[in-house]
Design a protein. Structure first.
Length: 219
């Protein structure tokens, strides 16, 4: 269920413009990639990607409290070191996490889309949400040939665009069809305008962080 348009407009007007990136706690957000034993094999290592301190950056907590969902897009890459040439990307995998506040239920929802599967979980407060967002993702991206390898993980954090918000609303309602209503519903039109205003006034940038694992040998 959408927030009343008046509340959206008031939140947009009350939201301060984003200060310069250097003045914010962007360095509080860290993305690490560690190597852990591959439990399915007698030998070998797997990458474990984990983000820390995301909600310590007030930009993103303010966005959530103002009704703007967040999108966390992860990309994990396996790289092969080559002494005589540039390192080569071997394979990669992407996944998404969408975080939104549900004011009527006074809770937060986290939707994870990974390997074609979707999982929805809910949390009662920011503390439990922060712990959930710091979960470690252990992904089975394995090296095949002999050589020296390492993993690189990238994370981009952003607020969802207006079209993304419409798409999410349809998905959550189990609806399909066009992104705009053919009935000319005035309330929906005003609601979309309010969301656009929120996105413009917030001025939130896309934040990108990167992490790299230690090198390892495949023999």
């Amino acid at each position: 269920m959408r927030l009343p348009v008046r509340l959206l407009l008031l939140a947009a007007l009350a939201l301060p413009a984003a200060p310069p990136l250097a003045a914010q706690a962007a360095d509080a957000v860290r993305l690490s990639v560690t190597l852990v034993p591959d439990a399915s094999r007698k030998s070998g290592l797997l990458p474990e990607a984990r983000v820390r301190g995301l909600l310590e950056d007030e930009r993103w907590t303010s966005a959530l409290l103002s009704g703007l969902p967040l999108r966390l897009h992860y990309r994990l890459e396996l790289w092969r070191s080559r002494a005589s040439w540039f390192d080569a990307a071997v394979r990669s995998i992407d996944w998404d996490v969408v975080v939104r506040r549900e004011p009527l239920l006074d809770q937060y929802s986290v939707t994870t889309v990974l390997l074609g599967r979707t999982r929805l979980q809910r949390y009662p407060d920011l503390e439990s949400l922060g712990n959930a967002l710091g979960v470690a993702y252990r992904i089975a991206v394995r090296a095949g040939d002999k050589g020296e390898y390492y993993y690189v993980a990238n994370l981009s954090v952003s607020t969802l665009s207006d079209s993304d918000l419409d798409e999410m609303d349809r998905v959550m309602r189990g609806e399909a069809g066009a992104a705009t209503d053919d009935d000319g519903n005035v309330g929906d039109a005003v609601g979309r305008t309010a969301r656009r205003m929120l996105l413009r006034v917030a001025g939130l940038p896309i934040m990108r962080v990167e992490g790299r694992s230690e090198s390892f040998d495949v023999k």
